[in-house]
Design a protein around this ligand. Structure first.
Ligand code: ZN
Length: 368
C-alpha cells in the first residue's frame, strides 16, 4: 500500500472571506479541510496523508493522526503541488492522489474508483459535464464552446508517482491541475465520472452557513373564578381563567420563553415586567414584538411542539382552534405546530383544576 494522498490547502482564497482562508471555514460542523482529511484517512487506502499549507501553526494544533504530515506550501497551487511531490520522493511512492482542500464532498466510492482504474492507467481524473453554457473570450470577441464536448476536471486526481513527478519537475508554466501536465504532453489520461456534489467551494455562498437552535419554554398560572380563560390566544369557555398580570395565557407565554431561549435573549419577565404598562395585557400583544424581532433577524421557525398540562378543558376539543390561532400569530403553517394535551391523573394543583401549565420546544434556523 505505497499510496499517498496530498491535500493542497495553501490558497489564500480572498474571494471567499477577508480574514479566514476557506479551507479552515466551518462547514457541516468541521473545518472544510477536515472533510478531506477524515475521508482519506478512513479509506485506509493511503500510507501517508500530506497536507500542504501556509497555516502550519493552525493545523499543527489539531493533533492529527500520526500518518498525517503537514508541510509548508508555495505561492501558487502548482508550486505547492511540486513541493509535495519533492517531499514524497524519499518514500518512493507507487501512487499519489492530488486533491484540493476546497472540495469536501467527494465520496469514498470515488476514491475506490480512482484507485481501481489506476491499476491499468498512469493517470485517472474525475470529470463532470458542464450544466451551464460555456463561452470563451479572445480579445474582445466571445465564442461559444460546445457544451457536449466540454469537460470539467475535479479532484482528487490519481497518478503513478514516477510519471507525475517527472512531468511536474520539468514543467515551466503554472498549471491549474495535474491533469494539465499529461494533456500538454499528450499522455493518455483515463477519465472517470466525477461527482456533481463534489464542486469546489469558491465563494461563501457556495455553502450553507445557516445555523439551527433550540429553545425551551415553561409556564404555569393558577386558575381563578374571576377571570376568563385564554389558551393560545383563544377564549375558551371554562369555570375559571388564569390568574396573572396579563391574561395568563400559558401557551403563548411558554412560546415566548422558548423563542427567547433559542435566541439567548433572557426571559419573558425581562421584556414584560409586572408594571402598570402591561397590566391586563393580552398575550398576543406580547408575542407579536417577539415574533417580529425574530423574523427581522433572519430567523425562521422550523417547528413548535407544545404540551398543555391540565385536567380540563379537554385539549382535543379545542386543538384545531388553538393551532389555527397560533399559526396566525406566528405566521407558521399548521403542519409546523403540534399541540398535545397531558393530564396529571388528578394529582396536585393541576389535577384539582386549580392551575394550568404548558411547556414548549421550538427549533429555529438563522439564514445569513
Ligand atoms: Zn405566564
Amino acid at each position: 500500500m505505497n499510496n499517498y494522498f496530498v491535500i493542497l490547502a495553501a490558497g489564500k482564497s480572498k474571494r471567499f472571506h477577508r480574514n479566514l482562508a476557506k479551507q479552515f471555514f466551518n462547514y457541516k460542523n468541521k473545518d472544510i479541510i477536515d472533510h478531506s482529511v477524515e475521508k482519506s484517512l478512513n479509506s485506509k487506502l493511503f500510507k501517508k496523508i500530506l497536507i500542504v499549507t501556509n497555516n502550519l501553526n493552525y493545523l499543527k494544533k489539531k493533533n492529527y493522526a500520526r500518518s498525517i504530515i503537514i508541510i509548508k506550501g508555495g505561492k501558487e497551487r502548482s508550486d505547492s503541488s511540486l513541493i509535495a511531490l519533492k517531499y514524497l520522493k524519499k518514500y518512493k511512492p507507487k501512487n499519489v492522489f492530488i486533491h484540493d482542500a476546497a472540495r469536501p464532498n467527494f465520496s469514498l466510492k470515488l476514491l475506490k474508483d480512482l484507485f481501481r482504474n489506476l491499476k491499468q492507467n498512469k493517470a485517472v481524473v474525475p470529470i463532470v459535464s458542464s450544466k451551464d453554457s460555456i463561452k470563451y473570450k479572445i480579445k474582445d470577441q466571445i465564442f461559444n464552446l460546445n457544451k457536449n464536448n466540454s469537460l470539467l476536471t475535479q479532484t482528487p486526481q490519481a497518478f503513478r508517482f514516477k510519471e507525475l513527478y517527472s512531468l511536474a519537475i520539468n514543467e515551466k508554466n503554472k498549471i491549474s491541475d495535474e491533469a494539465t501536465l499529461f494533456i500538454n504532453k499528450n499522455i493518455k489520461i483515463k477519465f472517470i465520472p466525477g461527482e456533481n456534489k463534489n464542486n469546489k467551494i469558491t465563494y461563501l455562498n457556495d455553502i450553507d452557513t445557516s445555523k439551527t437552535y433550540f429553545g425551551i419554554g415553561f409556564d404555569i398560572h393558577k386558575l381563578t373564578k374571576d377571570k376568563k380563560l385564554y389558551l393560545g390566544g383563544v377564549k375558551i369557555p371554562f369555570h375559571s381563567g388564569l390568574k396573572g398580570h396579563s391574561d395568563g395565557d400559558v401557551i403563548l407565554h411558554a412560546i415566548i420563553d422558548a423563542i427567547l431561549g433559542a435566541t439567548k435573549k433572557k426571559d419573558i419577565g425581562t421584556y414584560f415586567p409586572n408594571t402598570k404598562k402591561f397590566r391586563n395585557i393580552r398575550s398576543p400583544k406580547m408575542l407579536k414584538p417577539i415574533i417580529d424581532d425574530l423574523y427581522k433577524l433572519n430567523f425562521s421557525i422550523n417547528n413548535l411542539d407544545i404540551n398543555l398540562i391540565c385536567e380540563r378543558p379537554k385539549v382535543s376539543k379545542y386543538r384545531d382552534k388553538i393551532m389555527k390561532s397560533i399559526s396566525k400569530l406566528t405566521s407558521l403553517n399548521k403542519n409546523q405546530i403540534n399541540l398535545k394535551g397531558k393530564t396529571v391523573e388528578k394529582l396536585g394543583l393541576i389535577g384539582k383544576e386549580k392551575a394550568i401549565a404548558c411547556e414548549v420546544i421550538i427549533s429555529i434556523t438563522k439564514y445569513d
